[in-house]
Design a protein around this ligand. Structure first.
Ligand SMILES: [Ca+2]
Length: 480
């Protein structure tokens, strides 16, 4: 009886919620960000059964919206998340590498994040998952525009430590047992539990459940919502939760691929059940190219190499965006888009503000996403690995001044004269001496211009040095 009453209440609440949401002109935004999830993992990008697990839900989502083949990111976790949330190259915010030398890392409070922009635009905001943009007071997600957060501040490799007898907490003030944290806007995070290998296997399920809970709560409200869901898989250690362990009989990675697809399905089913499908922009993508450590290797599909490099396997990740009736279903494009573009694009959708007191590198792609034009608003990308420029992509051409072959344990090569690839004739970047490049040497002018413009912008507005404390105030005269 109690259950029936509750169900009846839920039905009414859901119907009311759908009605409230229908009146609401601004669409909800769900942004699912995978970790070290390569271009080649989902079935619709050539993976799926090839990787030991079909991905029917990801593949179906792809058919319901737009699928990009040339969606680009920064090469490592921290820079990618900094660029995504600020619309700026990570070098500008002091986050061009994962933190090594400075424990004080992440976004200064001065940065204006996507969550702050959407919050100012009238959105309820929540984040469930991996932050990797600071782990000190004042630098958590709930200091940067999110009203609530549950997840981890740093990375999943920290989950190895608690059960490792060689681990020495206290060896440095920042050598601590990693915790799953939660916080609300205006408050300090509190520890929920130790982030050990057991918690690591379970966390993406928790993030899914909390995301569903948030959407249920929001669907009955009148405000649109922004749900940022940075999953912790498929970053190493790639370990499935018990329900999926052994399920594919193809190993842990395949089990996690099946698990991820199932979780995505639960989210999408909930969007349908709440009646908010037509008024929700649903994005599925990844922070960088595939995991590179054994035995957890990811898959970049046709593209060369892994994250932490300047090759296409590092830079291109899956990107799906669904907005029923607004973004053409089944659209596929090889036009160049960068994760930084989501900031101005979503600002336009949400009536949010794009700051004009700092350089924003993202460009508005809404007309392209909606099929009002066939070409992307972007022609070039400057490629960084850490704080060093490795090259430039311009249309289908690529110049590289430096090269590192794989993510780890490889020396950096520096070329006396840049090497060039045509990504159409040589997608695997194997033939820099292809004579077709020489015949097309004209491309060095637009490529060179993109690099010159970028370097000039760094002089005009000097990057915030890594480790800069708050409050950060830009030097006068630097800004436009
Ligand atoms: Ca990553």
């Amino acid at each position: 009886m109690l259950q029936n009453t509750r169900n009846a209440f839920l039905l009414i609440a859901t119907a009311l919620g759908a009605a409230a949401q229908a009146q609401n002109q601004k669409p909800n935004i769900v942004l699912v960000l995978m970790d070290n999830f390569g271009w080649g993992e989902p079935g619709v990008y050539g993976g799926g059964i090839l990787r030991g697990a079909p991905t029917p839900r990801i593949d179906k989502l792809a058919g319901e919206g737009m699928r990009l083949l040339n969606f680009n990111v920064e090469a490592q976790c921290t820079p990618s998340r900094a660029a995504l949330l600020t619309g700026r190259y990570a070098i500008r915010t002091g986050n061009s590498t994962v933190p090594i030398e400075t424990p004080l890392y992440g976004l200064t409070r001065w940065e204006y994040t996507m969550a702050e922009m959407l919050s100012d635009g009238g959105y309820s905001t929540a984040m469930y998952g991996k932050w990797h943009l600071g782990h000190t007071a004042g630098r958590f997600p709930t200091d940067q525009g999110f009203e609530e957060w549950y997840g981890i501040a740093n990375s999943s490799n920290d989950s190895f430590w608690p059960d490792n007898p060689r681990f020495r907490p206290g060896a440095h003030p920042y050598v601590k047992v990693s915790q799953v944290l939660q916080s609300r806007k205006g408050g300090e995070p509190t520890a929920v539990k130790v982030y050990d290998l057991q918690a690591r296997a379970l966390i993406d399920r928790e993030l899914t459940e909390r995301s569903i809970g948030f959407m249920r709560k929001q669907a009955v409200g009148r405000k649109p919502f922004f749900l940022y869901l940075p999953y912790t898989q498929t970053h190493m250690p790639v370990t499935p939760e018990p329900e999926f362990k052994g399920k594919t009989r193809n190993g842990d990675f395949a089990d996690v691929l099946a698990q991820t697809d199932a979780y995505l399905g639960r989210l999408l089913d909930e969007v349908d059940r709440l009646g908010i499908r037509d008024n929700t922009i649903f994005i599925f993508t990844s922070d960088n190219g595939p995991e590179a450590t054994t035995p957890y290797q990811g898959f970049s599909g046709p593209w060369r190499s892994t994250y932490f490099t300047a090759f296409e396997g590092s830079l291109r990740v899956p990107f799906l965006i669904r907005w029923p009736g607004r973004i053409p279903a089944g659209a596929v494009s090889n036009e160049m888009v960068h994760e930084m573009d989501l900031f101005p694009t979503l600002a336009r959708v949400a009536g949010g503000r794009v700051p004009n007191d700092r350089i924003i590198d993202g460009v508005d792609q809404l007309d392209f996403f909606q099929g009002r034009k066939s070409e992307s608003s972007r022609e070039a990308i400057v490629i960084y690995v850490g704080s060093e420029i490795y090259g430039v992509k311009w249309r289908n051409w690529k110049m590289m001044t430096k090269q590192v072959d794989r993510g780890f344990n490889e020396p950096v090569k520096q070329f006396s004269y840049p090497i060039w690839f045509d990504l159409q004739t040589d997608p695997k970047e194997e033939n820099p001496l292809d004579p077709r490049w020489v015949e097309n040497g004209w491309v060095r002018w637009p490529v060179g211009q993109a690099l010159t413009d970028h370097k000039a912008s760094l002089k005009k507005e000097p990057p915030i040095p890594p480790g800069t404390p708050d409050p950060y105030v830009p030097a006068s005269g630097n800004l436009r």
